[in-house]
Design a protein around this ligand. Structure first.
Ligand code: SF4
Length: 605
């Protein structure tokens, strides 16, 4: 009998030949790699040849649930998109909440493994045991919001939809997938891979319910997890303000990206804080499927030039990158560009970085008005920002270059712009300046998908005194490694990384749902195995120590303002942390997992 929690089947879709096949989920593989990130990484590693162009039809895009997706466990809405990233050329996993993942699993499949390229724009319509290839010529060119609305009208108002917008169709390297209107598989270009496959959308509807290995134990584990979440000090804060609760403390700590990471203190922070957002534009709260935290903020902007009828957001990362990092100090304007990005299918983090980078190039006269269609591309100019978002999505003018990401854009512009192209492995930074939180420097540099705050997040521990002293490398390597392994499991179950749960809670949920019965050391070892597998994927693509690095601005220019004034990650400090991290990981000095480590993790075959 299959493990509990899983459906026991996955669907393979060949878009080129419009063929599908159903395969059994391998129980042994599921036990070793769990689901979501881990299972997707295993399928990707085994199926996609090294050096495959991410836009080649042979690249896969995998939609994966986990054994806890759609169960009674808190935050079980989560699902994962796995592919080879067109932005970085590295492994990519991107996690989404909402409702799509639960519905996808209820069709009776643990994951959808999609290969090939459709001849014409196509939608997949998966409902219980049928899969239809639907013509999507009429939807091609439409935004994600219209696409979802039209598909619901055409199929059934209760179907769940994940789609791409014009940015994905035009292979913008950081195009996202939008699901449930306002939830994104945001980072790394998942939407561009769908675009390269002529796959406009996937619609799902099903009726199957998960079964548990030990139903009574699972109910008890769920109760304990919910109790812990409800009693945690941060839950009411997250419920009231959502992720924007971080704007004020991150600015006070001098880590808020401002004007292309030229400083960590934004003079307009009060105007874009969680408090301001709640007072000015939040109309109601909401939640992903089965989440006791409920961190969504539904917003509306009824006046001014840029109005928003309905939106979930903006989240902290959007506020930081589309807001302060571009010098925009209006929460209403940020909400507007957030909605625009969601509809066009753009990752707000990379888009904000790309525009901020272009603004700095413009202000430094590395590019001129002629290069940007006569626009005054200066920090704080919302009209210019709105125009740039559209130009990127449609690859017009300078937008065509910015659509390639800041790394490729800086290589083209040259003139020293590479030093302030803020990325790791080609992926643009999220909303925390690591010069005032050294652990984030290591977290960004060693993250498997490029600069990412979700693989390990040290900010709270560093600014609130859990990792002392603040401006030090002490203890950071172990902290980052442990969190990366724990998160690799969280993203494989799949549950939300915002849950304030301990390893024991996650483990009890997994064991009682599936019957896997992992002890704590085995549970963490599984996370380490998954992390090493994604590293092996990247090493096979030629990535080593030389790629685990940071832009010159971060290592050579001290923070100019605020409590962290004068701080930076020098190369010496960074190398010290990286060496310690490699040693703890059992990787050689080049960042390659040793044979002994792979043997220990049962990754040699
Ligand atoms: S904490 Fe927020 S993002 Fe996470 S599952 Fe709950 S509502 Fe969704």
């Amino acid at each position: 009998m299959m493990l509990g929690g899983y459906t026991g089947r996955f669907l393979k879709v060949d878009l080129t030949n419009e063929k599908t096949s159903v395969e059994k989920t391998n129980e042994k593989i599921a036990g070793k790699f769990i689901g979501g990130k881990g299972l997707g990484a295993k399928i990707l590693y085994d199926s996609v040849n090294p050096n495959t162009d991410p836009f080649n039809p042979e690249n896969l895009v995998i939609f994966a649930s986990g054994p806890l997706t759609g169960t009674l466990a808190p935050s079980s809405a989560r699902w994962t998109v796995i592919t080879k990233s067109p932005l970085t050329g590295a492994f990519l996993d991107s996690h989404v909440g909402g409702f799509f993942g639960v519905e996808m699993k209820s069709t009776g499949f643990d994951c959808l493994v999609i290969s090939g390229k459709a001849v014409n724009p196509t939608c997949l319509w998966i409902h219980n045991d049928s899969t239809d290839f639907i013509e999507a010529e009429d939807l091609w060119g439409k935004g994600c919001l219209e696409t979802e609305t039209k598909l619901k009208k055409r199929l059934d108002k209760n179907v769940k939809v994940a789609s791409i917008g014009p940015a994905g169709e035009r292979l913008v390297r950081y195009a996202c997938i939008t699901a449930d209107l306002y939830r994104q598989a945001g980072r790394g270009g998942t939407g561009a891979v769908m675009g390269a496959k002529n796959l406009k959308a996937i619609a799902v509807q099903g009726e199957r319910k998960p079964e548990y290995a030990h139903p009574q134990e699972f109910r008890e584990a769920t109760k304990r997890a919910i109790k812990r979440i409800k009693e945690h000090y941060f839950t009411p804060i997250r419920r009231k303000h959502g992720t924007p609760a971080w704007v004020a403390p991150v600015n006070e700590a001098a880590l808020l990206p401002t004007r292309n990471f030229s400083t960590g203190v934004f003079e307009g922070a009060n105007s874009i804080s969680g408090e301001t957002m709640r007072n000015k534009i939040v109309v109601k709260d909401g939640a992903c499927y089965n989440c006791p935290v409920a961190c969504w903020k539904h917003t509306r902007v009824d006046s001014g030039k840029y109005r928003v009828n309905d939106l979930d957001g903006p989240e902290y990362e959007t506020i930081a990158l589309m807001g302060s990092n571009c010098g925009i100090d209006s929460i209403e304007e940020i909400a507007y560009t957030n909605l625009l990005c969601d509809d066009l299918g753009l990752d707000t983090i990379s888009t904000g970085n790309a525009i901020a980078f272009a603004m700095e190039c413009f202000e430094k006269k590395l590019i001129g008005k002629d290069d940007v269609g006569g626009v005054e591309l200066r920090f704080g100019n919302i009209d210019a920002q709105v125009e740039m978002v559209q130009n990127i999505a449609y690859r017009e003018g300078l937008g065509d270059l910015l659509a390639e990401g800041v790394k490729r854009t800086a290589e083209k512009i040259g003139k020293g712009s590479e030093r302030f192209a803020i990325h790791v492995k080609g992926m643009e930074f999220p909303g925390y300046d690591p010069r005032g939180a050294f652990g984030m420097a290591l977290a960004y540099a060693t993250s498997d998908r490029g600069a990412c705050h979700e693989r390990a997040w040290t900010v709270n521990a560093e600014i609130r005194g859990r990792l002392e002293p603040r401006y030090s490398t002490k203890g950071r390597a172990k902290f980052v490694k442990d969190i990366q392994d724990e998160r690799a499991m969280c993203f494989s179950l799949v549950l939300c990384d915002f849950m304030p749960l301990k390893v024991k809670h996650f483990m009890d949920l997994l064991n009682s749902a599936t019957g896997l019965n992992l002890a704590e050391d085995e549970y963490l070892k599984t996370g380490e195995r998954i992390w090493n597998l994604t590293r092996l994927f990247n090493v096979r693509e030629g990535m080593t120590r030389k790629d685990d690095t940071l832009p010159a601005r971060i290592m050579e220019e001290p923070l100019p303002d605020g409590v962290a004034k004068g701080q930076m990650i020098t190369k010496n400090r960074f190398d010290r942390m990286l060496n310690e991290y490699y040693t703890l990981r059992g990787w050689d000095e080049n960042g390659v997992p040793t044979r002994e480590k792979l043997k220990e993790l049962d990754l040699t075959t």
